[in-house]
Design a binder for this molecule. Structure first.
Ligand code: ZN
Length: 271
């Protein structure tokens, strides 16, 4: 499942390839993507591509002299969804193609082997905005984290996965963040002292920004928009390193299960 940095990477890589392009044809090849009626798209221009929570958002400008309203397509990649831009065009239909945009130059493909990815069309971007705060936006301040976390009895690791609190974190980065700020995944979220909450805030921003710089961590099914694997994996300190030496204290990285999700941590340096 791609987490925030991977989705950010996809949006950043797609933007220069498809922004400004006009949609000449749009085909849905998988009925599962038709849960919502598809608005007419021909003639609309892809104005911008950006990340909204864990979704890739496409701002679609009005068709000249036909619409007045902008429209947004929000794509949730889920497990295996990939958005591939082919700026020079391309031919044929690759396996697992679920939707295809033919542009005035090139095309944009949505490929998804497991078919969990979703399309959502909104006329008002607020409808698509996730409930949680975006941890790489200016809204994510230490004070905001304090307010979100206050009084929560949940262990901090599962708490970090709550999309209605902080959006975009999954198992990988939640484990990494707690390792950076040396907080045990078992601690009740609401029990963190002010100093620890500040460290958690810093670690969250730092880990995500570094991951974005490194094009997102890549696991088996995830590939970024150009079909190139991300390069962050080698920077992971605990995730996927069960039984190996902690890079900081030489303790042993352990794997535990919290609320059915695996957590990787170093009991020696995360108190
Ligand atoms: Zn350690």
């Amino acid at each position: 499942m791609p987490e925030l940095p991977e989705v950010e990477t996809v949006a950043r890589q797609l933007a220069p390839a498809v922004a400004g392009r006009r949609i000449e044809r749009f085909s849905i090849l998988d009925e599962l993507l038709r849960k919502q009626p598809t608005p007419p798209l021909r003639g609309r221009t892809i104005v911008s591509v950006f990340r909204l929570g864990k979704q890739v958002a496409f701002e679609l400008g009005p068709r000249p002299s036909r619409d007045v309203d902008p429209l947004w397509l929000l794509v949730h990649l889920r497990m295996t969804g990939r958005l591939i831009a082919e700026p020079e065009g391309g031919r044929g239909r690759p396996p697992h193609l679920r939707a295809l945009f033919t542009l005035d130059r090139g095309r944009l493909l949505f490929i998804d082997t497991r078919r969990f990815g979703t399309f959502c069309w909104v006329r008002d971007l607020e409808e698509g905005r996730p409930a949680g705060v975006d941890p790489v936006s200016p809204e994510f301040t230490p004070e905001r984290l304090d307010a979100l976390i206050e009084g929560s009895p949940s262990p901090i690791k599962p708490w970090l996965l709550r999309q209605d609190r902080i959006v975009g974190l999954g198992n990988i980065y939640a484990s990494e963040i707690l390792h950076v700020c040396r907080v045990s995944p078992h601690r009740a979220a609401g029990s963190l002292k002010r100093r620890e909450r500040r460290a958690l805030h810093r670690a969250t921003v730092e880990v995500l920004e570094r991951a974005i710089e490194n094009c997102g961590t890549t696991f088996s099914d995830f590939q970024d928009a150009r079909g190139v694997e991300g390069s962050y994996q080698q920077f992971l300190a605990v995730y996927g390193r069960e039984g190996e030496r902690c890079k900081r204290c030489r303790g042993t990285v352990e794997k535990i299960v919290q609320q059915q999700r695996s957590t990787f941590w170093c009991p020696r340096c995360q108190h």
